[in-house]
Design a binder for this molecule. Sequence first.
Ligand code: NAD
Length: 424
Amino acid sequence: MNISVIGSGYVGLITGAGFAKLGHKVICVDVVKEKVDAINAGKPHLYEEGLPQLLKEVVPKHLSATTDLARAIKETELTFIGVGTPPQKDGNPDLTFIRQAAASIGEALKQKTGYHVVVVKSTVTPGTSEDVVGRLIEQHSGKKANRDFGLAMSPEFLREGKAIDDFFNPVRVVIGSRDERAVKVLQDLYKPLHARVIVTEPKVAELIKYASNAFLATKISFANEVGNLCKALGIDVYEVMEGVGLDPRIGRAFLDAGPGYGGSCLPKDLNALRGVAGRSKVQTTLLDAVKKVNDEQPILMVRLAEKHLGSLKGKTIGLMGVAFKPGTDDIRESQAIPICAELLLKGAKVVAHDPEAAANMQKLFPQVQFLNSPEAVVAGSSAVLIVTGWPEHASPELYRNAVVIDGRHLIPKDACKIYEGLGW
Ligand code: NAD
């Protein structure tokens, strides 16, 4: 099948490369020419394990990239929209990129004969795929959704760092559409992946994504609250969660206490869901508490450093990792950001090491000095905060004489001079 993907970031590029590997002909579209040039050279513009090898296999025979959205629509029969939906100040997703993409797709479809399926993959609040994307395409194309073109919403569940594996082994595929033809096209497309497929209305598909992420965030904040109690009682929350997680009704995943959840999805999607509820005059007591716990959690790491060092003014504090989790260069909503801001506010000098995310963090905090090795960070710091949990930072020998605030349960307690865990 000929497939176009609008937006070639984490979701779009991995979706495009995945379908290309399955033998489809894929055109990735982006507004940023440097990203398009990198993809056409077979080089990812973002860090994701396995992606360089995958692009090498599929570019140029099965995958190409362009800034020319109209040509991509003309030459394909199915289009995924994977543009960003970043949070606005009030927490609601900014739909600017979605609106632009939908309008351009509409203009391109005006020039095209034949049936075309448009699938929203970006995370959008309930109603957006039909009321915003569908309507804009109709206005700009003069065509009718689910008659002249198929409209579907299929949320993305990939995890950065494991995104390629998640593409080829999805736990479930959700297809939200009122158009039987579009559903059939998507069912056939996903058949080789042997996933459980759920077919539903677009707004249900949209809410499945938000409710999933809100639940994952809830599990993390729950583990952190129990972890804070564990710390007061002299108990290791990881031992507790091993026992708790064995119950199949609960499950062990997302019960790792630490500095809290970050990344481009969980914080943004939880806030968006709270916003949707607020507009529907529905209270979100639980989700509000999940956010509150998560906002306080990273600051606890700074408080633990102060417990041992006193005032941080003029002292050098080392950060081990700034990415929101290991395996990615993504720092969006990373808990390293509030930690860094608090340290700087307290007058500390911040040095850091991250195998992939240094350049991204440097743009946000030019005053943070990134060093070439974890050893250099430990050597020059009064205390070291393990923020991300990279395997590169897991060697206990690194920390022999250090004061360590371990946010990720990464090293043994006796590996260093002074050790503090977050919930242990
Ligand atoms: P991203 O910012 O990495 O990528 C979006 C890309 O879209 C950028 O490269 C941008 O230049 C491009 N773009 C913007 N407007 C465009 C336009 N009009 N035409 C063509 N390209 C355009 O974002 P992402 O992380 O890939 O996320 C995309 C969507 O998927 C978001 O809604 C996000 O919430 C959702 N999502 C992300 C993840 C994740 O782990 N990153 C997982 C599941 C869902």
